[in-house]
Write a protein that binds this ligand. Structure first.
Ligand code: PLP
Length: 392
């Protein structure tokens, strides 16, 4: 290694942002004695709907649950095709398989990593029922184009907004008066985190009712309060539903995190500024572009190496970062290359070449609100040290 001074401690790829407010909120929820779905979940649902500017929010135990419920509630099922991106986490496409439909991948835009609407258009058939775009890394998918495609072909839009708390499209938050359903994740690594958790947002009353009922076994709405004084022990099972609801300990954390969003986001942006300034103009590195219409939530910091300009591979680059005590990740290993998908559909890596090339050259650097400019500067120097050592 060069004269680069390697820090003593391991720098984690991600850490949650914990203050006394989170600890006190959890303690209060535990002491309240209401541990399952209850008043705190209802309060969070109300606040999150208000925050994004939508009519309905259903608090759930994951974004996966929200993506699944959106398709079930929209009536997508066997024989239908649903278009999504291969540059995503398994949940976006697994849930299409869970409803018995067929996931159809459309390739990405190589500058952003977002699903390409022109590629979607090519994949639309008479069987297509829905589109599941991913607001990848915190960029907004091109919703204007997606609305046009949905209108022209009568398709349901289920936005995967796992990365998109704070993402804006033409100045409005994702989830602001949505067309179909929007699914969020509050998993431990997300901008708004509560360990495990998610939400489904919609302006469609019928869809909201169906998703809410399906999220608690198909019990009639309000059954969560059947043990309370104002509640009733009698309930109906309207549909054979799922056990997907959020509960009050999650909601306690999520509510505090929602209140702290501005401060947490500000600190994410400080770290991003350090990265952007350090990497600008380095020919061995390729930075993610942000479309003009979009405000990036900075959920992930996406760095790509330019393989032709380095003597080491992306995987070796990651090992070099680890040797410098920097924890990194890859978002994502292209989904069409995963064995569950190659076995079922016979995909080859080059079938979605842009997603594959993106995935093979990408490194996600540490990015979280407690990272701090000093740590970000260390990461940036580590990257530049590797570039210097292995530049072609
Ligand atoms: C793009 C995307 N969609 C969906 C999910 C699933 O989220 P959850 O873990 O809340 O189910 C994730 C998880 O990270 C994701 O990255």
């Amino acid at each position: 290694m060069s004269d680069f001074a390697v820090r003593k401690d391991w720098m984690p790829f991600c850490l949650p942002d914990v203050t006394d407010a989170e600890v006190e909120a959890i303690a209060a929820a535990v002491r309240s004695g209401w541990w399952a779905k209850g008043p705190r979940t209802i309060e969070f649902e109300k606040k999150f709907a208000e925050y994004v500017g939508a009519k309905y929010c259903i608090g759930l135990n994951s974004c996966t649950a929200a993506l699944h419920l959106a398709l079930v509630a929209a009536g997508v099922g066997p024989g239908d095709e649903v278009i999504t991106t291969p540059l995503t986490f398994a949940a976006s496409a697994n849930t299409i398989l869970h409803v018995g439909a067929t996931p159809v991948f459309a390739d990405i835009d190589e500058d952003t990593g977002l699903i390409d609407p022109d590629e979607i258009e090519k994949k639309i058939t008479r069987k297509t029922k829905a589109i599941v775009p991913v607001h990848y890394s915190g960029l907004a998918a091109d919703l204007g184009r997606l609305y046009q495609l949905c209108d022209a072909h009568g398709l349901f839009l289920s936005e995967d907004a796992a990365h998109a708390v704070e993402t804006r499209y033409h100045g409005e938050l994702i989830g602001h008066h949505p067309r179909g359903a929007v699914s969020y994740s509050f998993y431990a690594t997300k901008n708004l985190a509560c360990g495990e958790g998610g939400a489904l947002i919609t302006d469609d009353e019928e869809l909201a009712h169906k998703a809410r009922v399906l999220s608690t076994h198909g019990m009639s709405a309000g059954a969560w309060n059947r043990y309370g004084k104002g509640g009733s022990w009698r309930y109906d099972i309207e549909e054979p539903g799922y056990k997907y609801n959020m509960f009050d300990l999650q909601a306690a954390l999520a509510t505090v995190q929602l209140e702290r969003m501005d401060d947490m986001q500000r600190r994410r942006f400080e770290a991003v500024k350090v990265y952007e300034e350090a990497f600008a103009g380095v020919p061995q590195l390729r930075l993610q572009k942000t479309p003009d219409y979009c405000h990036h939530s900075r959920h992930l910091y996406i760095l790509r190496i330019v393989p032709e300009r380095l003597t080491i591979s992306r995987d070796q680059f990651i090992e070099e970062l680890k040797a410098r005590n920097v924890g990194v990740s890859v978002h994502f290993i292209a989904l069409h290359t995963m064995s569950a998908y190659t076995k079922r559909f016979g995909f080859k890596p080059e079938d979605f070449k842009k997603a594959y090339d993106f995935s093979e050259s990408e490194i996600s650097l540490p990015l979280y609100s407690t990272l701090g400019a000093e740590n970000a500067a260390y990461v940036a120097q580590a990257v530049l040290d590797i570039v210097k050592k292995y530049a072609k």
